[in-house]
Design a protein around this ligand. Structure first.
Ligand SMILES: NC(=O)c1ccc[n+]([C@@H]2O[C@H](COP(=O)([O-])OP(=O)(O)OC[C@H]3O[C@@H](n4cnc5c(N)ncnc54)[C@H](O)[C@@H]3O)[C@@H](O)[C@H]2O)c1
Length: 248
């Protein structure tokens, strides 16, 4: 940990911080000197990373309001940084997707961001402190997303929330931004790509910069948005996708 780094003295909460992109963000923030709270459903993995980084682990289901309230109430103070990476959805063809899957996907990917942003912002406002929120959305929010229409819709709603919250909370010195990752190799995607020979390579070939992303690619962009270097940036939706958004 760098006690003189750009996050020295900052308290950072990372939801979904036990794995993949969230874990890489936790590492990046800790390397910059932040005190990192890894908030995840998977407490064992959160604890193991927290031990490595000198941070803290909390079990939370971001779909449950009372658990989110307890998470922020249990912090030593108002957070300076919130990164919302908890998310995901099962693949399901549009005509096979049932009510429970659709509702749970919105609860996690839209509601999880909303609840955590709201509770973190309430704490920051009460403490009279600034706050930087960075949401991890997805390039699929633009659609099309075969087998993941429910997920794309949930991420699209979360992106709209980012823009609305950025506008509404700016007077309270709360910045709200999002990264829009393209395909990234994580424990979520590795089994899917391993099960479909050639998919990883064909995805990489569609990306102008010639490869799928790593969690660290996304984490560096998140850390920049969370840092004072981005102090005049809010409401931004930053593609971190090797140029996929501008691909022909
Ligand atoms: N991997 C990609 O290609 C990719 C691309 C674009 C966007 N994303 C988004 O990035 C985020 C992280 O994805 P990842 O690939 O790192 O996945 P991952 O599965 O490696 O990590 C997700 C983490 O979220 C946690 N989590 C899931 N549900 C939770 C809940 N209800 N409450 C608290 N924690 C919960 C999991 O335990 C896990 O640790 C997700 O929001 C995902 O939609 C991923």
């Amino acid at each position: 940990m760098d006690s003189a780094g750009r996050f020295a003295g900052r308290l950072a909460v990372v939801t979904g911080g036990a794995s993949g992109i969230g874990a890489a963000v936790a590492r990046e923030l800790a390397a910059g000197g932040a005190r990192v709270v890894i908030a995840d459903l998977d407490l064992a993995r959160a604890q193991s990373l927290a031990a490595e980084l000198g941070g803290e682990a909390r079990r939370v289901d971001v779909c449950e309001r009372d658990q989110v309230v307890a998470l922020f109430a249990g912090l030593p103070g108002a957070p300076d940084v919130l990164v919302t990476s908890a998310g995901g959805a099962p693949r399901s063809a549009a005509l096979d997707t049932d009510e429970a899957t659709f509702a749970r996907t919105l609860q996690l990917n839209t509601g999880g961001f909303w609840r955590c942003a709201q509770e973190a912002a309430r704490r920051a406002v009460a403490a009279g402190q600034p706050l930087a929120i960075v949401h991890v959305a997805s390039s699929l929010h633009r659609g099309p997303a075969p087998g993941l229409a429910h997920f794309a819709a949930a991420k699209a709603a979360s992106v709209t929330l980012v823009r609305c919250l950025a506008q509404e909370l700016a007077p309270q010195r709360i910045r709200v931004n999002a990264v829009i990752p393209g395909p990234v190799e994580t424990p979520m995607t590795t089994p899917v790509w391993d099960a479909a020979p050639g998919l990883r390579e064909s995805l990489g070939a569609r990306i102008p910069l010639g490869r799928i992303g790593t969690p660290a690619d996304v984490a560096r962009a998140v850390a920049w948005l969370a840092s004072d270097e981005a102090e005049w940036v809010t409401g931004a939706l930053l593609p971190v996708d090797g140029g996929l958004e501008v691909a022909a």
